[in-house]
Write a protein that binds this ligand. Structure first.
Ligand SMILES: C[S@@+](CC[C@H](N)C(=O)[O-])C[C@H]1O[C@@H](n2cnc3c(N)ncnc32)[C@H](O)[C@@H]1O
Length: 293
C-alpha cells in the first residue's frame, strides 16, 4: 500500500506537541530528523529530541486529505501562515530490506572493516567486525561513528582496557576488541543497545572480553586506558567529570557526536582534565581527542 507523508520544519520545543497533534489527526507514524543533517538519533519515548531545528515526518494513508491538516497547522502561532512543509508520495517498499540493501562492507583506516552480517567479507585477512545493528545506533555509515572507527584503527592496544560510553550497536566496542584490546566495557542508557552489543560481540566471538552495563549498574571504580564516547554535545558536557575520572593518567580519549560549531567549546571544557588535540572533521561533524593529564 502506498502512503503520503507530510514533512514539517519545527524546533525542539514544539516537536512533541506537533507530533501528538498529527497522531490525533490520523498519522500512522511520526519520525524525527535533525534539520541540519539526516542522522537518526531516535528520541526515547516521551523525550524531546535534542536538535533545535527538527523535521517531523508524518505518514498517512495515500487517500488521506492533507489539506485540512495543513490549514490547521497554519493556525498554530509557532508555525504560522507560511510554515515550511513538504507533501510527498511514498512508494510501497519493504523498508527493512531497503535499509539492508544499502548497507555494504566499509573500510575504516588501514586495518578495520565493518561488514553487515548478511554480506560476504571482502578481505578475510583484514580485521573484520561482523555487524547487525538491530534496533541500536551504529552501522559505521554515520560520520560520527566513522570518525571514531578511524581513530580506533590507529591505536596500539597492547595490554589496554577500553570504555565505550554510549555503545549503541557495540560497533566501537567490538572493533576495539578485534583490534586487540584486552577488555572493553560498553555503557548505554538504552537496554536495546546493550542487547545489540551483546549479540554483536557473540557474532564476532569476543563476548568473553566485553562487559556491558546500564549507567546505574556500572562499577564505581571503572578505569581504562582508552575511552571513546560518541553521544552528543549536551550529554558529553554533562558527563565530562565522570568521563575524566574513568581514564588513567596518560590515557587516550575520543569524543564524537559534536557538530563542528560545538567542538571548540567542548574542547575547552575538557581541557580541565585532558591535553586536547585539534579537532578532526567529517561533513558537519567533529571528533575531539586528548590525553588524560
Ligand atoms: C550516537 S549513538 C553511538 C552508538 C555507537 N557508539 C556509534 O558510535 O555508532 C549514542 C548512544 O549513546 C547512548 N547514550 C545517550 N546518552 C547516554 C548517556 N548519558 N549515557 C550512556 N549512553 C548514552 C544512546 O542510547 C546511543 O546508543
Amino acid at each position: 500500500m502506498p502512503w503520503i507523508q507530510l514533512k514539517v520544519d519545527t524546533d525542539n520545543q514544539h516537536a512533541d506537541a506537533l507530533s501528538d497533534m498529527l497522531m490525533d489527526l490520523g498519522s500512522l507514524s511520526i519520525t524525527y530528523e535533525d534539520g541540519k543533517d539526516t542522522p537518526i538519533y531516535e528520541p526515547n519515548l516521551g523525550e524531546t529530541p535534542l536538535w533545535n531545528h527538527t523535521v517531523l515526518t508524518a505518514l498517512f494513508e495515500a487517500d488521506y486529505d492533507l489539506a485540512p491538516v495543513v490549514a490547521m497547522l497554519k493556525g498554530l502561532p509557532y508555525l504560522g501562515e507560511n510554515f515550511s512543509h513538504k507533501i510527498e508520495q511514498v512508494e510501497d517498499k519493504d523498508w527493512e530490506r531497503e535499509w539492508m540493501d544499502n548497507f555494504h562492507p566499509i573500510q575504516f583506516g588501514d586495518r578495520l572493516w565493518i561488514c553487515p552480517s548478511w554480506r560476504e567479507i571482502p578481505d578475510p585477512t583484514a580485521v573484520n567486525v561482523i555487524l547487525d545493528p538491530g534496533l541500536a545506533f551504529g552501522t559505521g555509515t554515520h560520520p560520527t561513528t566513522a570518525l571514531c572507527l578511524e581513530w580506533l584503527d590507529g591505536l596500539d592496544y597492547t595490554n589496554k582496557d577500553v570504555i565505550d560510553f554510549g555503545c549503541g550497536s557495540g560497533i566501537l566496542a567490538v572493533a576495539a576488541l578485534k583490534l586487540g584490546a584486552e577488555r572493553v566495557t560498553g555503557i548505554d542508557i538504552d537496554y536495546q543497545a546493550i542487547e545489540a552489543s551483546k549479540a554483536n560481540a557473540e557474532r564476532n566471538g569476543v563476548e568473553d572480553k566485553l562487559d556491558l552495563y546500564l549507567p546505574e549498574d556500572q562499577p564505581a571504580d571503572l578505569l581504562a586506558d582508552i575511552l571513546v564516547a560518541n553521544i552528543l554535545a549536551g550529554p558529553l558536557r554533562e558527563l565530562a567529570p565522570l568521563i575524566a575520572e574513568k581514564v588513567k593518567p596518560g590515557g587516550q580519549l575520543a569524543l564524537s557526536g559534536l557538530l563542528q560549531e560545538q567542538a571548540e567549546e567542548i574542547s575547552a571544557f575538557y581541557s580541565q582534565w585532558f591535553d586536547m588535540d585539534a579537532p578532526a572533521h567529517k561533513d558537519d561533524w567533529s571528533r575531539l581527542t586528548g590525553i588524560r593529564k
